[in-house]
Design a protein around this ligand. Structure first.
Ligand SMILES: Nc1ncnc2c1ncn2[C@@H]1O[C@H](COP(=O)(O)OP(=O)(O)OP(=O)(O)O)[C@@H](O)[C@H]1O
Ligand SMILES: [Mg+2]
Length: 654
C-alpha cells in the first residue's frame, strides 16, 4: 500500500487495541454491526430519494447482500444505500462517532477481561470487524456521485483512502479478509443463525450468497436467498414478535446492548393513525446530560424512514426514549417545516408522552405491589418466580433527575410527574413518593417540608431540620440541581405547599412535638432579645437579620435564606454559572435553648465583655456558614478565634 497511510484518531486506536486481539466469544456481533450500518445507509438513501428520486437511478430496490467465499476466505457485506464519498470514508471510519462506541470508551477500565466484556455490552460499531479480519477493505460510492473510493486498513497502523478504478454503482461493500480462526463466518448455516439472532428485524432484505468451497463438488452453489423477514418489526402483529426480536430491535435503534427497562408497542387509530414502538433504557446513557443529546425515536411514514432528528416528537425530559413511530397520516415528502410545527406531530407528541408516563406509572405500581408482597413474604408472580429486571425505584435512581425536568418544562403533565416522582427523605435510606409523604404527615401538618443541597446524606444532619424532626415530621432531601428549578414552578401537591426549611420563616408550633407539647414563648425572653440586637449590630452588613430560631433544637445557630431571596443551593448554582455575582445576605438564626446562646445572652448584659461578644458573634456566623457549605470569608481569622476560645475552655498550662 503506497498510498498515504492516515493514522486512526487516538480514540479509534484505543478501541482497536482491544478489539484486534479480542478473543471474544461473541465475535459474531461484527455481522450485526455491519448489517445495522448497511440498514441505516439504506434508510438514509430512501429518505434522500424522496426529494431526489434520481438517486435511486435504475436500482430502486434497496437490499443488503452477504457474500461468503470460502475460496478466498473473504466475507463481504454489500448495500446499495447512501454510500460515502472520500471525506466521509476518512471521517466515519477513522474517528469515533458519537455512537455506541463512544459509550464503550467511556466505560473502559483498563482491566482487559472486563473491557472485553464491554465489547458485547456497548458494541464497537464498524471497528468490531477487526475481531475477525486482519485486513478490511471498504469500497463505497456516494449516491448521486460517479467516483467511488476504497478505504483499506489492517486495523493497526492506520488506513488509506484511494480512488476506486471500478467504482460500485452506489452504496458500500465492506470486504473482510478473515483471520484463520474466523473461517466459521463463511459457513452459510452460521451466517443464517447470526442474522436470525441479531438482525431479523432489519426492514431491508438480507440476501445470502454462499459460494461453494473450491473443489467441493458435493455442495452445489447456493442460490442467493433472502434470510430475514425484512418486514418492519413494529408493523408485525405483537403476538408474532418474540422477546428476543424486540430486544435485538432495541439494540439496533438505541445503539445499546442492555435490556430495556420498558417497552411500549401500540397502534393508534382514529384522528391520528400511527404505530409506535418505544423503549426506555434501564441504564443512564453516558451523554444523558449532554445538551446535544436528543431522543432516539425515528419517524417513519408508511414504513419509509424519514428522520431521526425530529426533536418535537418528544419533550426533552424524555430524551432517553428510543424507538420508532410510523405515521399513516403524514405525507412521504413532508417538509421539515410541517414536521416541526405541524398539528400531526404536536398531537403525536402529546399522545406519546402520555403513553410513556402511563407505562412508568404501571411500572411504579408494579414495584409497589412487588415490594408490598415481598415484605408480606409473598413472591409476586403466580408461579412463584420473582420479577426480573430493575425495579421502578432502581430506574428512578438513574433517570429521576431528568424526569423531574418535566415538572419544570411540561405544565400539562405536572400532576402526573409529581405522582411518578420519588424522593429521598429523613424517613430512611429508601425512596418515598409524595403520596406516601402526605399519607404519613403529622397532625396539624399541612406543608411538605424539604431541604435542598449537594448530597442527601449530608443534608440529613442539617441543623435546620432539628425542630421538624423533633416533631416527627418527615423532610424531603432534594439533591438534584433540577430540584431548585421545578420547585420554583410547582408550589404545592394536593393542596399542600412545598416549604423549604432553609428559607424564610417556618412555623411548626401547631404540630405537636413527638412526646411533649412546647410553649414557644419561653425561649424569647428579654436577655435573648438584647443578645439578638447586639449580634445584629456586631455583624452589621454580613447578615440580613439575626433572629430567634423556631427550627433549631440541638444546634446553636444556622443560616436561613431571606424569605424573598433565593434558596442557598439555587444561589450557589446561579453563581457557579455566573448568572449572579454575589450571594445575598443570609439571616442568622440562634437557638435560644442552647447553652452557648444562654451564656452569650448573659454576657451581653456586661458591656466590658463587648469585645468577646463580637468575637463570638463572628465565630458563630462562620460556624453557620461552614454548616451551610458556604465559604468562610476569612478562614485564618476563624481558626484563630476558634483556637482562642477553645484555649479558654482548657485549664491553664502549669
Ligand atoms: N455501510 C455503510 N454505508 C454508509 N455509511 C456507513 C456504512 N457503515 C458505516 N458508515 C458510516 O460510518 C459511521 C460509523 O459507523 P459505526 O458503526 O462505527 O458507528 P454508528 O453506526 O454511527 O454507531 P454504532 O456505534 O451504534 O454502530 C456511521 O455513522 C456511518 O456514517
Ligand atoms: Mg454502526
Amino acid at each position: 500500500m503506497d498510498e498515504l497511510v492516515q493514522p486512526f484518531e487516538a480514540e479509534v486506536g484505543r478501541v482497536l487495541e482491544i478489539v484486534v486481539n479480542a478473543l471474544y466469544k461473541e465475535r459474531a456481533i461484527f455481522l450485526r454491526e455491519l448489517i445495522s450500518n448497511a440498514s441505516d445507509a439504506c434508510d438514509k438513501l430512501r429518505y434522500e430519494s424522496l426529494n431526489r428520486p434520481e438517486l435511486l437511478g435504475s436500482d430502486p430496490k434497496l437490499e443488503i447482500r452477504i457474500v461468503a467465499d470460502p475460496g478466498t476466505n473473504i466475507l463481504s457485506v454489500v448495500d446499495n444505500g447512501i454510500g460515502m464519498d472520500k471525506d466521509e470514508l476518512a471521517a466515519n471510519l477513522g474517528t469515533i462517532a458519537r455512537s455506541g462506541t463512544a459509550r464503550f470508551l467511556e466505560q473502559l477500565t483498563g482491566d482487559r477481561a472486563k473491557d472485553l466484556k464491554l465489547i458485547g455490552q456497548f458494541g464497537v460499531g464498524f471497528y468490531s470487524v477487526f475481531m475477525v479480519a486482519d485486513k478490511v477493505i471498504v469500497r463505497s460510492t456516494r449516491a448521486g456521485q460517479d467516483k467511488g473510493w476504497i478505504w483499506a486498513s489492517d486495523g493497526k497502523t492506520g488506513f488509506t483512502v484511494r480512488e476506486d478504478e471500478e467504482p460500485l454503482p452506489r452504496g458500500t461493500a465492506v470486504i473482510l479478509h478473515l483471520k484463520d480462526d474466523a473461517k466459521e463466518f463463511l459457513d452459510a448455516a452460521r451466517i443464517r443463525e447470526i442474522v436470525r439472532t441479531y438482525s431479523d428485524h432489519i426492514a431491508f432484505p438480507i440476501i445470502l450468497e454462499a459460494k461453494p468451497r473450491p473443489g467441493d463438488t458435493r455442495t452445489k452453489a447456493h442460490e442467493p436467498q433472502q434470510i430475514n423477514k425484512a418486514s418492519a418489526l413494529w408493523a408485525r402483529p405483537r403476538s408474532e414478535i418474540t422477546e428476543e426480536q424486540y430486544r435485538e430491535f432495541y439494540h439496533h435503534v438505541a445503539h445499546t446492548f442492555d435490556d430495556p427497562f420498558a417497552r411500549i408497542h401500540f397502534t393508534a387509530e382514529g384522528t391520528l393513525s400511527y404505530t409506535a414502538l418505544l423503549f426506555l433504557p434501564a441504564h443512564r446513557p453516558f451523554d444523558l446530560y449532554d445538551p446535544r443529546r436528543r431522543h432516539g425515536v425515528r419517524l417513519y411514514v408508511r414504513r419509509v424512514f424519514i428522520t431521526d432528528q425530529l426533536e418535537e416528537l418528544l419533550p426533552r425530559y424524555l430524551r432517553f426514549v428510543s424507538g420508532v413511530v410510523d405515521s399513516e397520516d403524514l405525507q412521504l415528502n413532508v417538509s421539515r417545516e410541517t414536521l416541526q410545527h405541524g398539528i400531526v406531530v404536536q398531537k403525536m407528541r402529546r399522545q406519546l408522552t402520555k403513553r410513556v408516563l402511563d407505562e412508568l406509572a404501571r411500572k411504579a405500581s408494579e414495584t409497589a405491589e412487588t415490594s408490598a408482597s415481598a415484605t408480606a413474604g409473598e413472591t409476586g408472580e403466580p408461579d412463584g418466580e420473582v420479577k426480573k429486571g430493575p425495579s421502578y425505584l432502581d430506574w428512578w435512581a438513574e433517570f429521576g433527575a431528568v424526569l423531574k425536568e418535566g415538572l419544570f418544562e411540561d405544565p400539562d403533565n405536572r400532576e402526573r410527574l409529581l405522582e411518578l416522582a420519588r424522593f429521598k427523605s429523613t424517613r430512611g435510606p429508601g425512596w418515598v413518593s409524595l403520596a406516601e409523604y402526605v399519607a404519613r404527615m403529622r397532625p396539624n401538618q399541612d406543608q411538605i417540608f424539604y431541604i435542598t443541597g449537594e448530597s442527601a446524606e449530608a443534608l440529613r444532619t442539617s441543623p435546620q431540620l432539628e425542630a421538624a424532626l423533633a416533631k416527627g415530621c418527615e423532610v424531603l432531601l432534594l439533591d438534584d440541581a433540577v430540584d431548585e428549578f421545578w420547585l420554583g414552578e410547582v408550589k404545592e401537591y394536593q393542596g399542600k405547599k412545598f416549604v423549604s426549611l432553609t428559607k424564610g420563616e417556618v412555623d411548626l408550633s401547631r404540630i405537636p412535638d413527638e412526646g411533649k407539647i412546647e410553649t414557644p414563648d419561653e425561649l424569647y425572653d428579654e436577655d435573648l432579645k438584647r443578645l439578638l440586637a447586639k449580634l445584629k449590630a456586631l455583624l452589621g452588613e454580613e447578615v440580613k437579620d439575626v433572629r430567634a430560631s423556631k427550627r433549631l433544637r440541638e444546634s446553636a445557630v444556622c443560616l436561613v435564606a431571606d424569605e424573598h431571596g433565593l434558596d442557598f443551593r439555587l444561589e450557589r448554582i446561579l453563581r457557579q454559572h455566573h448568572q449572579i455575582e454575589r450571594l445575598a445576605r443570609p439571616v442568622l438564626e440562634v437557638n435560644g435553648r442552647h447553652e452557648l446562646i444562654r451564656r452569650m445572652a448573659a454576657m451581653a448584659k456586661d458591656a466590658s465583655r463587648e469585645q468577646d461578644l463580637a468575637e463570638l458573634a463572628k465565630l458563630l456566623l462562620d460556624q453557620a456558614r461552614i454548616v451551610q457549605g458556604e465559604p468562610v470569608p476569612d478562614p485564618g481569622a476563624f481558626s484563630r478565634r476558634m483556637s482562642a476560645f477553645l484555649a479558654r475552655g482548657l485549664p491553664a498550662a502549669a
